[in-house]
Design a protein around this ligand. Structure first.
Ligand code: PEP
Ligand code: MN
Length: 265
């Protein structure tokens, strides 16, 4: 564990002297949707643009992502806005394709983190590209060992620019959250691996727009290194996670509120 902690290269996030913000739609749907959302988000408040192009859905017969052509749209966003671009990868083929299109940040989704063979395959594929930023979402269920195991597999292949995303945890109980934040669990995780940057994903914790600001405030209070929040140029029409996406304008408003909090601390 100590070896993993010491291996972490934080330069990619420490160079910003404020929390690192990634935003963009749950899923890439069309070139127009991607470019418009990115244009409306592009500001000094946002550093990274996200869009899922391969979407592991819990149940079949849902939209499972636009696939490879979405990489071209993300590449256009990078060229036209200068934002770093991020997408989810779940196997070696995704890694290869994402890298060939210059994707800056690859994240591993909550369902994949729980799958050691998938993680090992990704780690092996990244071995020669170990300078990429890789963010690992917490596994769907509150199993910290699986989360750490995924980080160890990546670190074992020389990947040092690692970070994690706290996206909440599945619960059998009825809850106001789609995924329980379980703050204590993540704070314990941080005591075990204090060098790993943590981003909070209030969108997947809340499952609806209500509560996103409160969760983000809490993450700032706990001095998380950043946020990943879903935004869409027309949230009501989104092909996935429509209830939790906000407009770019609302995101920027939220970030202004959070920045004031930061300054008054
Ligand atoms: C997502 O980021 O759109 C996503 C599917 O997240 P998670 O893996 O946290 O469910
Ligand atoms: Mn989503």
């Amino acid at each position: 564990m100590e070896k993993l902690n010491n291996s972490i290269d934080r330069s990619w996030i420490d160079k910003w002297n404020h929390p690192f913000i990634i935003s963009g739609p749950c899923s890439a749907e069309s070139e127009q949707q991607i470019l418009e959302t990115a244009k409306r988000l592009n500001s000094s408040y946002v550093q990274g643009f996200r869009a899922g192009i391969w979407k592991p859905r819990t149940k079949p017969n849902n939209f499972e992502g636009i696939g490879k052509k979405g990489l071209e749209w993300l590449h256009k966003v990078k060229k036209s806005t200068g934002l770093m671009v991020a997408t989810e990868i779940a196997n070696a083929e995704h890694v290869k394709l994402a890298i060939s299109f210059g994707i800056d940040i690859l994240w591993i989704g909550a369902r994949s983190t729980a799958s050691p063979f998938a993680i090992q395959e990704i780690a092996d594929a990244l071995e020669k590209e170990n300078n990429k930023i890789i963010l690992v979402k917490n596994p769907i269920h509150p199993d910290i060992e699986l989360w750490i195991g995924a980080l160890e597999r990546l670190s074992g292949k020389g990947i040092r620019k690692l970070g994690v995303i706290h996206r909440g945890f599945y619960t059998y109980q009825n809850s106001r959250y789609r995924n329980q934040p379980n703050w204590n669990l993540v704070l314990n995780f941080r005591t075990l691996l204090p060098r790993i940057p943590i981003l909070c994903d209030p969108s997947h914790i809340c499952g609806k727009t209500e509560g996103i600001l409160d969760i983000a405030k809490k993450a700032y209070h706990f001095q998380y290194e950043g946020l990943m929040i879903e935004s869409h140029c027309d949230p009501d029409q989104a092909w996935s996670d429509a209830q939790q996406q906000i407009t770019p304008e609302n995101l920027l408003k939220m970030l202004k509120t959070l920045t004031h909090l930061e300054k008054s601390d």
